[in-house]
Design a protein around this ligand. Sequence first.
Ligand code: BGC
Length: 774
Amino acid sequence: MKKLFVADEWKVIEEGLHPEDNRLAESIMSLGNGQMGMRGNFEETYSGDTHQGSYVAGVYIPDKTRVGWWKNGYPDYFAKVLNSINYIGIRVFIDGEELDLAKAEVRNFRRELNMKHGYLFRSFTAVDSKGRETEVEVIRFISIVDQEATVISYKVTPVNYSATLTFVPYLDGDVRNEDSNYDEDFWLPVSHDITRCAGTLTMRTHENKFNVPQFDVAASMKIRVIGGEVINVNNIANEEYVANEIEVDALKSQPVTLVKYVGVTSSRNYELDEVAKAAEKVACAAAEKGFMAMFEEQQAAWEARWMDADVTIGGDTEAQQGIRFNLFQLFSTYFGEDPRLNIGPKGFTGEKYGGSTYWDTEAYCLPVYLSTADSNVSRNLLVYRHNHLEKAKENAAKLGLGGALYPMVTMNGEECHNEWEITFEEIHRNGAIAYAIYNYVNYTGDKSYLGEYGFDVLVEISRFWASRVHYNAKKDVYMMHGVTGPNEYENNVNNNWYTNRIAAWTLEYTREARDYLASAEADRYAELVAALGLTDEELAKWAEIEEKMYYPIDEETGLILQQDGFLDKDLKPVSDLDSADLPLNQKWSWDRILRSCFIKQADVLQGMYFLHDQFTAEQKKQHFDFYEPMTVHESSLSPCIYSIIAGEIGYEDKAYELYLRTARLDLDNYNNDTEDGLHITSMAGSWLSIVQGFAGMRVADGALSFAPFIPKAWNGYSFKIVIRGHHIKVNVTVDGVKVSQEGGSDFAVKIYDETVTIPADGEVTVELRGLVQQ
Ligand code: BGC
């Protein structure tokens, strides 16, 4: 854990340059707009430790799977998220001497992520070997209004001297991935063009043998200089680099500002011969609109996002900063505009993990978008999987199974994870995709989704489960052997309870969806049955599997076992371990981890979270008490689930402790790996911990309920949700739980065990229960 940043409600502030933690700060200060993003790098040259990274959504390269022992069914490639053209660069020279913060004496350094208004601010004074003091102030943002534009305002003030300042704004296509195994270069030059104060560079991903299209990415810049007299402009260009060398006569104390307008486009959205032109158009339009107009629009657009989605916390600035940071970075990664895109675990902040889509999206992120954004956003997330159904069927067939197996990691629907124990065995991910359909329909009431897109996905997932179980004649049950549950610290186990349960649940929900469609949309249902070749025998078989699914349970205590034989392990709590043993994944051999009882992330508890109304509070308590002490939370997805259940069973302090692990995971670098990039998908968990955990929000068939408490360290909290067209605000303070509605019509909400009606533009306050005495 490391406290590097100043606590502030709306900003993340780094005061003073921290060369040893620069990569960490770069991850934290990342910006994005769903289409592209970059780490919080410096514009000027920095010869210290840095990870320069700019990423364009959906642009990747298939990296051939290289393993010693090939296993049938392995995917041919791993999808690498690509570091692409560095378009923020601006070199600065003072009378020929380059500004480099690793070499100059740096005073008053400040790097600030402004979350309220969506921009990065940086200021410092650099003193060079000749005693010249230079003040610099930079504002950079990726527009969420003009989705392909980035703008940088770079202001330099010579404090105690007059000199020739040379600015070299550039576009650099000679970039590598930090995680490239063989120092491979993934880009080929396509075209470049340079004119006075403008330039364009287009790069193409290498050819591949995997039928993945090559992508073109173009960046185009337009430069404006304000203040100081431009005395000369030289153009520098080679096939992977374009730059303007702009010499300015700068006078003592007179600021000179260089504004760099950049357009970034890719062949995902344009024909190959249009990509560069489109980037130029974006840069020109941005320059025409001008910095101030774009900046104001950016601020207004982010304010509007916050109007719908902000969570406020009273009396705890760090917690407030934590939740806003999480929402800011999640929304910077994905805001639902493009159904071909998804939410990568590192977003636009790093390269680790590759691929873009894990079960994280459905299991963790979807509920946040359901409540805070237009329902189209969550619909797009579901449609993404619908569009990959054929690939998922191919994936199942490759393993000799029926139906559809969605990949563990994907960019385009094809599996690109190649550890057999995960690729072939961590099949519970399929259940999360079915559950997401239920979640969406249950929350929004949009049952039309089932007939339109949902049912065929449910049927094919059910077919997969039906082909993956085996019948145990002796016990007259169905079982699933050779699986990996959510807890990846156990592999190749038999009857992981969560997997068996989510499989049976899918079969049940598919039947419910079928019953609904058969009665409410008979024509569509008939069409679907014909297209899917669904028969009564198949449905009957699913009902049998559902009914006879085997679950590992300790008869004596009623304890649900994570998998067969779990109680035979050497069971002991994490607190018995020496702190030098943690984190296990860095300190222990894999073999030792697998044999131990220690749990990476919520597994049985994940099931109790999803299917929360099927378990009593006592059951949840029993399982929390048993499993949490053995859980190391070495997946960032873990603490939020435990936090929500802790809140539900009255373990309020524990709920808060686990919440902090989620909300400030990156800000305080809990897992000591934030320099690689942020844990984007688990950021959703902070919101879940507050809204579903502390406020106890649940939705059953459109019926909304809350059971709030306030963590000791807070005075209160508030958040907004939108549900079925109602804009609801929940404000929890010691004075009561106030639920109000903006506009709308009468809406029934259950608070604790009382059902109240919130009138249009009205509010209802109910006394707070379960307050931890301060
Ligand atoms: C977790 C998975 C998760 C993946 C990506 C892994 O460490 O165990 O559940 O899908 O990270 O976030």
